[in-house]
Ligand binder design. Structure first.
Ligand SMILES: C[S@@+](CC[C@H](N)C(=O)[O-])C[C@H]1O[C@@H](n2cnc3c(N)ncnc32)[C@H](O)[C@@H]1O
Length: 334
């Protein structure tokens, strides 16, 4: 990870050209940038004079960059410090929304801000909050039961050693507060560095971050609400960075799209049930050049779909990922 941190210092918006090709900002319209970050996508879209942007980010530290764009683009740019799951309740600047964009996960600024404790290069009190949170990683690590901790590591991190790690955390926390560096030592003491390129702490850190930021329900509700506020013909584009988020986005678009089911034993959707036309059947991946310039982009996948109906039945999608969203209820233990 330390190599990634060094290379991540400069911010490169991931799959930017590919995204622009899909949303066609040169025709003009309103776009919602649900994950403003350092404004990489917003800035590019605003280069086309007929466009308006409504930018959202849960991290209030983005406000400075947002103020800069507001000064430059005036009425064409607005920023709201909010979570994208709340899209349905946000006042829209126009009903002519052409595209809603999500670039999931955390930004270079957030990982470089060691006080946020997202990277395992951080030290001190555990945090991992992106903004507008109920709890921190410190609360999760110190207050959740053994059962809850291993479930989080297993389901949100796909961590094979989830039970041993959870047990060790419980043994340690009786004696002292577990700091970020202690959590790294715990995972290092349990996981032997094998051939895997990923750091021993990656999965545990990812799992806690997803839990603390309630990222699964954010994504599930963000996608549903994006569909609800988008006019027919509008595009939803999502960049994911790990398999758990990609699984959710892929299912959302494919399940409700007009393409035939992959299994010949399953009935195809009735026309009335279709919500999307898939713009790309396979995800768009970064080019070799982009990966060389910005190595963390290697895990990015861009999926996009065009809305073709106003069908508001999402029960199947909600049920499918209930086993993941329900884990967030463990927050009540804290
Ligand atoms: C990968 S960065 C986006 C980078 C941006 N596309 C750019 O080019 O600068 C992701 C951003 O999304 C924000 N974010 C993550 N989850 C969010 C949510 N549920 N609601 C609002 N913002 C969120 C993070 O705070 C972070 O700033």
């Amino acid at each position: 990870m330390s190599a990634i941190i060094k290379l991540e210092k400069k911010h490169f918006p991931v799959l930017l050209n590919e995204l622009v090709n899909i949303i066609s900002p040169h025709y003009g319209g309103t776009f919602i940038d649900c994950t403003f970050g350092q404004g990489g996508y917003s800035k590019r879209i605003l280069e086309y004079k007929k466009n308006q942007i409504l930018a959202i980010d849960r991290d209030k530290d983005c406000s400075e960059q947002a103020r800069f764009l507001k000064k430059k683009y005036k009425k064409r740019f607005n920023f709201i410090n909010s979570k994208f799951s709340d899209l349905e309740n946000i006042h829209l600047p126009s009903s002519n929304i052409k595209g809603i964009i999500f670039d999931l996960g955390y930004s270079t600024n957030q990982i470089n801000d060691l006080s946020k404790g997202i990277s395992f290069n951080s030290t001190g009190k555990l945090n991992m909050r992106m903004g507008i949170n109920k709890i921190s990683a410190h609360d999760a690590i110190h207050k959740l039961s053994y059962e809850s901790l291993w479930k989080i590591f297993k389901y949100y991190g796909d961590e094979k050693k989830s039970k041993i790690i959870a047990k060790k955390i419980l043994q340690k926390r009786i004696k002292k507060n577990i700091l970020t560096e202690d959590l790294v030592s715990i995972t290092n003491s349990i996981k032997k560095k094998g051939k895997s390129k990923i750091n021993n702490s990656t999965k545990v850190f990812q799992a806690i971050r997803i839990f603390v930021n309630e990222e699964i329900s954010e994504l599930v509700n963000g996608l549903i609400n994006a569909y609800k506020i988008l006019p027919i013909g509008g595009i939803i584009a999502v960049v994911t960075f790990h398999s758990l988020e990609d699984k959710i986005v892929k299912f959302f678009f494919k399940e409700y799209s007009e393409i035939k089911n992959s299994s010949r034993y399953l009935p195809n959707l009735k026309t009335s049930e279709k919500k999307f036309h898939l713009i790309n059947k396979k995800p768009i991946l970064p080019s070799r050049e982009e990966i060389l310039k910005n190595p963390p982009s290697r895990s990015a996948k861009l999926r996009c779909a065009k809305k073709i109906s106003n069908n508001l039945d999402f029960n199947f999608f909600l049920e499918k990922f209930k086993y993941l969203t329900e884990i967030e209820n463990l927050i009540r233990e804290i």
